[in-house]
Design a protein around this ligand. Structure first.
Ligand code: GDP
Ligand code: PGA
Ligand code: MN
Length: 589
């Protein structure tokens, strides 16, 4: 398949370690994939769904203890501990390799070793990078074939280069006590053992495209970010692009595929999805920041996805999609999840594989972090730029999270460095996307807390550095919060499609057109500055005032909490950011 010596010698070492009965090179052909699907159905690894209603769709269930990313078992193995930084778990690389090799040794016995060559980014694009994942799971092969660009063409573009990311996945017996997701950024290597959950085992995604790539970006002068990319066409036909970083489970996929409110549609607004999770961004020849989506599919959260909240995502999952941990409707062999519709199956099977009556059972049919893996090309609003590999120019960068209080619906930072400050202090409630407690507020800078492959203080410095290079061509930086609650615990803002109203203000701000008022934290629109046409009955002017309020007392407390948060970074915290904090405190006095 390839004569690349670095590839061949690594594969030989891996093979000697895991001792498979067979080796299969994934070539990217439909014939081979179809053969693997058949095998997976025969062994019970996947269930073939109703092929008339959902052609090419399958259901898979993971082990009950293996349903989300495991941040406590995720390690950055740089030679020096300080290079992993205060926010990552660290292990000495030599010790870690030894531990992982002991776990992996002989673990493919009697089974097949699949070799997946893949590209993150359109094959051959100047932004793209190659990876090779070795796995013993057909589920991983089939998911990687949706999420990335896979096949023999990868060997051609790689040639004899050594610039590729090594990835070894061993399912083992999914023992949670021996589960490890380890990144070795200095060796371009990822090893993941004892899991079969997507975020832990589809190594192109969070492991490579964020943890390894963020480190590469720092070395090479570009950025790998946990961001969706969205194009917004205004009635004049101009398309502007924004990228947005929200923590997992905080609305990236939904915002990336939003449907404009009716009034906006009639005026001629259109949206185009470029990416829903990861952005690789470089400074282009024109000095602006250009972004590509390195992925080829969407690994989205199923619960809550319905024809009202996200019809584009739902449409995307109607063919060629693998569902993980959703409920099965045995009557018509289709899938169901909480929030799909008001008609759960009576004759169902829950995500644990037990008979389940959705009409009477108090238990959930789908796991809260159940997922769909769907080809990007299925998406009705996929951008014509998606596959081009030259990227799209970014006008605005948006940070956001889940905050019941404190953070207003939207505000604009005072400039690049202040924008980096805004990203660095992001705080959000935890969600089901990672194992552990849900709903706990934690600092999640730039939504990268679980994904930054090196010292977070150095990462902030890299952002400051990029701003210097971009100068006046830098995107404007904003912060949003769709999740502010009233005193009864209801969302104040309707969210989803209506978020376009906020994006519209953001883009007008970029053009210097929209109004705002200055507050200690930045520029906030007045209720009149947001186009509320058609939403007047749902959101009163008082509510709008509430959502846009910046409460000085709350922010004084926030400033104290930020001071604590910043202490972690010691002398790796850029002085620009301590200056921003001091200036914020001053403005709050
Ligand atoms: P991602 O993991 O960042 O891609 O997040 P998703 O887009 O999959 O959304 C995660 C959860 O947040 C789902 O349950 C969505 O229904 C919910 N969600 C997304 N956008 C909004 C919004 O604008 N408002 C509210 N209230 N919920 C949202
Ligand atoms: P997301 O990503 O929740 O940010 O979409 C997948 C994951 O966390 O495993
Ligand atoms: Mn998502």
């Amino acid at each position: 398949m390839t004569n690349n010596q670095s590839v061949l010698s690594w594969l030989q070492k891996v093979k000697d370690l895991v001792k498979p009965a067979d080796v299969m090179w994934i070539d990217g052909t439909e014939e081979q994939l179809e053969m693997l699907r058949k095998t997976a159905v025969q062994t019970g690894e996947m269930i073939k769904l109703n092929q008339e209603k959902m052609p090419g769709c399958y259901l898979h269930r993971t082990a009950e203890n293996d349903v989300a990313r495991v941040e406590g078992r995720t390690f950055i193995c740089s030679r020096k501990e300080e290079d992993a930084g205060p926010t990552n778990h660290w292990m000495d690389p030599q010790k870690c390799y030894k531990m992982l090799f002991d776990i992996a040794r002989g673990s493919y016995a009697g089974r097949t070793m699949y070799i997946i060559p893949y590209s993150m980014g359109p094959v051959g694009s100047p932004f793209a990078k190659v990876g090779v994942e070795v796995t013993d799971s057909i589920y991983v092969v089939l998911n990687m074939s949706i999420m990335t660009r896979v096949g023999n063409k990868i060997w051609d573009v790689l040639g004899d280069s050594n610039d590729w990311v090594r990835g070894l996945h061993c399912k083992c017996n999914v023992d949670p006590d021996k589960r490890y997701i380890c990144q070795f950024p200095e060796d371009n290597t990822i090893i993941s053992v004892n899991s079969a959950y997507g975020g832990n085992v589809l190594l192109g995604k969070k492991c490579f495209a964020l943890r390894i790539a963020s480190y590469q970006g720092k070395q090479e002068g570009w950025m790998a970010e946990h961001m969706l990319i969205l194009g917004i066409q205004n009635p004049k036909g101009e398309i502007k692009y924004v990228s947005a970083a929200f923590p997992s489970g905080c609305g990236k996929t939904n915002l990336a595929m939003l449907i404009p409110p009716e009034g906006f549609r009639k005026k001629g607004y259109k949206i185009f999805t470029v990416g829903d999770d990861i952005a690789w961004m470089r400074i282009g020849p024109d000095g602006r920041l250009w972004a590509i989506n390195p992925e080829n599919g969407f690994f989205g959260i199923a619960p809550g996805t319905n024809n009202k909240s996200n019809p584009n995502a739902l449409a995307t999952t109607r063919k060629g999609t693998i569902f993980t941990n959703v409920a099965l409707n045995k009557d018509d062999n289709t899938v169901w999840w909480e929030g799909l519709d008001k008609n759960p199956p009576e004759n169902g099977v829950d995500w644990k594989g037990r008979p389940w009556n959705g009409k009477t059972s108090k238990e959930k049919g789908a796991h809260p972090n159940s997922r769909f893996t769907a080809p990007a090309k299925n998406c009705p609003c996929i951008s014509p730029e998606f596959d081009k590999g030259t990227g799209v120019p970014i006008s605005a960068i948006i940070f956001g999270g889940r905050r019941a209080q404190t953070t207003p619906l939207v505000y604009q930072s005072r400039g690049w460095n202040n924008g980096v400050f805004v990203g660095s202090i992001m705080a959000s409630e935890t969600t089901a996307a990672a194992s552990g407690a849900v709903g706990v507020v934690r600092r999640d800078p730039m939504a990268m807390l679980p994904f930054c492959g090196y010292n977070m203080g150095d990462y902030f410095a890299h952002w400051i550095e990029m701003g210097k290079k971009l100068g006046d061509k830098a995107p404007k930086i904003f912060n949003v919060n769709w999740f502010r609650l009233d005193k009864d615990g209801n969302f104040l803002w309707p969210g989803f499609g209506d978020n376009l109203r906020v994006l519209d203000w953001i883009l007008d701000r970029c053009d210097g057109k929209a109004n705002s008022v200055e507050t200690p934290i930045g520029y906030v629109p007045t209720p009149e500055d947001i186009d509320m046409t058609g939403l007047e009955d749902a959101v009163s002017p008082e509510t709008m005032k509430d959502i846009l309020t910046v409460d000085k007392d709350q922010w004084r407390k926030e400033a104290d909490a930020i001071t604590e948060h910043y202490k972690k970074f010691g002398d790796r915290l850029p002085k620009e950011l301590s200056a921003e904090l001091a200036a914020l405190k001053q403005r709050l006095q």
